[in-house]
Each structure stands twice: as C-alpha cells, then as structure tokens.
Design a protein. Sequence first.
Length: 189
Amino acid sequence: MNSRRTFLKSSAAAVGGSWAVMSAPVALSVFDLGCSNRATGRFSTLTESEAAEVEALTALIMPSDETGPGAREAGVVWFVDAAVSGDPDGLQELRAGLAELSAAAAGYGSPLLSALSPEDQLAVATAIQDTDFFGAMRSATLNGMFAHPRHGGNRDKQGWQLIGFDDRHAWLPPFGHYDAPYHNENDAT
C-alpha cells in the first residue's frame, strides 16, 4: 500500500519531469533568439549602455591577444543577452551587478567601465574580482566563448578555434592525436 508521502514524492517527480520537458523548447528558442538578435544587431534584453558595460567587462576577462580573439570578437555579449532574456531574476542580478561595477568605476573617473582607460578598466576588474557578480560574469564569459554559436556567442566558432576544437559532425577512432598511439598499439596485437 502506498503512503501519502510516496504519492507526493512521485507526483512531485512527475511534475518536475514534465516541467523540464515542456521548458526545453522555450530554453532552446531563447538561445536561438540570441543568435538571430546578433545577426540583426539589436539586443533583446540589454540596453545599449548595459551591453557596452558587459562587453567591456567580458573583454577584460577574456581579452584578445597574439594567441587569438577574445570575448569582444567572439560576441560574448550576445550570449549574455540571450541568457538573461528569459530569466527575470538573472536580469535583475545582472543589473544589480552592473550597478556595483558602475560604483567601482566611478572611483576611477567615470561610472562607465567602457569609458575608462585600459589601465583603469583593469584596476576596476581587479577591485571587484572577488564579488559574486564578477564570478558570474567570468562563468558567462567562458560559456559564451566556448558554447555552440547558436546560443549567441562564439561568433564564427572563434572560441573553438582558439582551443583547437575541430567541429565535426561525427568522430571515428582515433579521435585525436592524443589517443593515436593507443589505437596503433592495439592494432598491432
């Protein structure tokens, strides 16, 4: 005989599973929106000013240099815009973090990080690097840099090129140079 507790647990699991299945298309459409917005040049959620600040901060987290492109070139700001477009709480947290960023930047002469000199931008980023906001932006930068381009970032697969990821539809062994000796050794036996 099933107890009420067992019934409630199984009902909760069923509802949660149903919600996840029903929400998947919404989540996918949000990320597809990020890619289409990038193509049109219009942000779906961020204001132009917010986007400029997000872009400036992500470019500090993942700068371009002689080894390759950074967050600015890979369009990470579009990934961030898509990520918060369907998440009111995430957008509120982002805006609160941007207010903290503005307060930190004001100590260097402008409330806009994007308006500061590269040296002052780095000083502001260093000053806030231990905050939850910076941690979230670091995570978003890495995700936007290396996620599939359909999610809004990784423009022209620049992030993948940076790490040497070969975007193939299918893989056959040996999968990469790192396991070729193993496969050659087993072929000889």
